[in-house]
Design a protein around this ligand. Structure first.
Ligand code: CUA
Length: 176
């Protein structure tokens, strides 16, 4: 098959442009710590309240045995539970999201948090908040008429301030 040299040149230019844009996307993903969800973990969405991990008293912010901050949230029409949480700034933490009904999504502006919350699965994302302030956690998958009003407030506090708050909340049973 004969290909005209001029046509060949244009094919190369077109491929070059594609490679350029793919490069930009990959670099952007690298610098903003964006990656495909790799955590495949299933859960019974209809029995979350009976599950160990996502029972009501375990929701929200907790510090595990290794000092790692873990946040557990439930997405359901039309809110995230808890409605408001406080977390420390500049700290690596793990968010674990589950849905109690349909497909939802979570987006937290200014962070790498953007994931679908698929019923039956646990969506786990590691993130950190660069500076103190109020951040919204917004639903970004259309889930019904109340979709626009589905969000939670995240108070990001200075590390010291947050630690004080943790201590005062845990009271005497915290012997660290
Ligand atoms: Cu939940 Cu949209």
């Amino acid at each position: 098959m004969h290909i005209d040299p001029l046509e060949k040149q244009w094919v190369q230019i077109a491929l070059g442009i594609c490679a350029f844009f793919i490069g930009i996307i990959m670099l952007d993903a690298l610098f903003h710590n964006i990656n495909a969800p790799s955590n495949v973990e299933t859960i019974d969405s209809a029995r979350l309240h009976l599950s160990e991990e996502f029972a009501e008293q375990n929701l929200g912010v907790q510090v595990d045995g290794e000092g790692q901050v873990v946040v557990r949230m439930i997405a359901g029409r039309y809110s995230f539970l808890p409605k408001e949480i406080s977390v420390p700034a500049e700290t690596k933490m793990t968010f674990r999201w589950v849905s109690s009904d349909v497909l939802h999504g979570v987006h937290i502006p200014m962070t790498n948090m953007s994931t679908m919350v698929v019923p039956g699965y646990v969506a786990q994302v590691e993130t950190s908040f660069p500076k103190p302030g109020e951040y919204p956690a917004l639903c970004n998958e259309y889930c019904g008429l109340g979709h626009d009003h589905m969000w939670s407030k995240i108070n990001v506090l200075e590390k010291d301030e947050w630690q004080q708050l943790q201590l005062s909340m845990n009271g005497a049973d915290n012997d660290e």
